[in-house]
Write a protein that binds this ligand. Structure first.
Ligand SMILES: Cc1cc2nc3c(=O)[nH]c(=O)nc-3n(C[C@H](O)[C@H](O)[C@H](O)COP(=O)(O)O)c2cc1C
Length: 174
């Protein structure tokens, strides 16, 4: 394989794509915000711990610093326009729930809402904060989760380098 050195900052371009999710956080005063996040990963299976990477420039960062919890909502490909919108506009200026027609539903075990239109809703209670560089990672234990019946993972949305994709074919089972 013929390889050349690349700038480590650009090395992340070697990743194919990341799942992209909608994160909702309460402002503690009766309102909440929704934001698009591609830096998302599972950090532990048992207990289930998910992490999200958020830049301190985001309004969501301010909310997360004060909040005890957040929800991770997995959109299907039909929500691509809403996902893009929530990743381009700030909750400092607009109510993204209203502008996108997304319904915030009260979480069962957390103060932050979940997003009704997303087939998977994970209610997370903050358990660790990791200052990783230009993004802060908030790890949250999943204390309640809901999944639509017959959820189709092939319709899940991925994103990287300016391109939204869906998950591809199953090519092998282990
Ligand atoms: C596809 C996509 C993925 C994104 N992923 C992240 C991310 O992982 N972390 C982050 O801090 N911002 C991410 N952003 C940028 C924020 O979603 C964007 O700056 C948003 O407007 C911030 O909203 P807020 O100010 O209401 O928090 C992403 C944007 C898009 C379009």
């Amino acid at each position: 394989m013929d390889k050349s050195e690349v700038n480590p900052i650009m090395a992340c371009r070697g990743f194919p794509a990341f799942p992209v999710v909608l994160v909702a956080v309460s402002d503690g005063k009766g309102n909440s915000n929704v934001v698009t996040i591609a830096l998302v990963h599972m950090f532990s299976f048992n207990p289930p711990v998910m992490g999200i990477g958020v830049s301190p420039a985001r309004y969501t960062y301010e909310l997360l610093e004060a909040a005890e919890d957040f929800s991770i909502n997995v959109p299907s490909k039909d929500l691509v326009e809403e996902v893009l919108y929530c990743g381009q506009r700030s909750g400092r200026e607009v109510n993204k729930f209203e502008e996108c027609g997304l319904e915030p539903r009260q979480g069962k075990r957390i103060r932050s809402p979940v997003i009704e239109e997303c087939p998977v809703n994970l209610e997370c209670v903050k358990c660790q904060r990791v200052d990783a560089g230009d993004h802060v990672w908030y790890l949250g234990e999943v204390v309640h989760a809901e999944m639509a019946k017959g959820v189709d993972r092939e319709r899940a949305l991925m994103y990287w380098a300016g391109e939204f994709r869906v998950v591809g074919d199953v090519i092998r089972r282990r």
